[in-house]
Design a protein around this ligand. Structure first.
Ligand code: R5P
Length: 295
């Protein structure tokens, strides 16, 4: 069997430790620094020449532009030093929401990121709950999307008068998957985003949520605008409590406080991006996915 090393960036070393321990592999933390002009430096603190394969782990948020450059440097260095297979783990995949050209003149940013990583030598890219898995069709490298939905269902088991809600049609498949584990009822709202201002509006809709405990499930909470708009509608329809579950919680500009102000009762996130709400640990799911690639 090929000899693999796990290498993680410092802010991802908890993920690296868990994966290396579970797979019985050596784990090193990459050295990083920023030059005075802002450019990135990385270094493997180990001789890579005895390894055939590498599992490279980077939490690429916050500071996604810098952290993606670090990953690129690390992929190229490993290839250059003779490593043949490089599996890149990006629990949150930056630029994944720009997976198509929404307005004339825009780039398809996700395609650019994936092709850069692949052309530098990534054998595969492993991520969690990517915005739209079908967007991986444009990738010229193997992409693995790890789904955390069973973990969400496990947290909701036993909740009475439970209704699952997708804040838009785009996330309905997520909610459907969680509901399949629980047999819970689910519905969705219709969201519109102004592509220029980013402003969100939602179409009022009759939903059977009066007296119910509603859990909104989405991939990302960024500004919190989506969850807040949905919460206002759900509260007006008589929902007892509204909760938010999301895989990647960016929580920009105190989005959590703003969400609580409009009546959100709880926020649950995964540890793809560490926050005080990151109670869902996806490291075991990542390990399982990697196992499938290296054995
Ligand atoms: C978009 O379609 C995503 O699934 C999320 O709904 C969105 O990214 C959330 O962003 P925000 O919190 O800024 O509304």
């Amino acid at each position: 069997m090929a000899k693999y090393l796990v290498a993680s960036f410092p802010w991802s070393s908890d993920v690296g430790n868990d994966i290396a321990n579970a797979l019985g592999l050596t784990h090193v933390v990459l050295e990083t620094k920023q030059f005075p002009d802002g450019e990135s430096y990385i270094r493997y603190p180990i001789d890579l020449s005895t390894y055939d394969g590498l599992i490279l782990i980077q939490r690429a948020y916050p500071e996604q532009n810098t952290r993606l450059i670090q990953v690129m440097l690390a992929i190229h260095a490993a290839r250059d030093l003779g490593v043949k297979r490089i599996h890149v783990v990006l629990p949150y995949l930056p630029y994944s929401r720009q997976d198509r050209r929404f307005r004339d003149g825009e780039p398809v940013s996700l395609q650019i990121m994936l092709s850069l990583l692949s052309s530098l030598g990534a054998s595969s890219i492993i991520t969690v709950d990517v915005h739209k898995p079908e967007a991986f069709r444009i990738a010229n490298t193997q992409c693995v999307n790890v789904e955390p939905f069973e973990l969400y269902a496990n947290r909701l088991r036993g909740v009475e008068k439970l209704v699952l809600l997708s804040p838009d049609i785009g996330s309905l498949w997520r909610v459907r998957k969680v509901s399949e584990y629980l047999g819970a009822s689910f519905s969705y709202l219709e969201k519109f985003r102004d592509r220029v201002t980013g402003e969100i509006t939602m179409k009022p809709k009759e939903l059977d949520v009066a007296g119910k405990e509603v859990f909104i499930i989405d991939d990302i909470i960024a500004t919190g605008g989506t969850i807040m708009e949905a919460t206002k509608i759900l509260k007006a329809l008589g929902a007892v409590r509204v909760h938010a579950i999301a895989t990647h919680c960016l929580l920009l500009n105190m989005a959590d406080s703003k969400m609580f102000e409009v009546g959100v009762s709880s926020i649950t996130c995964s540890n793809t991006i560490p926050t005080k709400y990151s109670v869902i640990n996806i490291n075991q799911l990542l390990t399982n996915a990697i196992k499938g690639l290296i054995t």
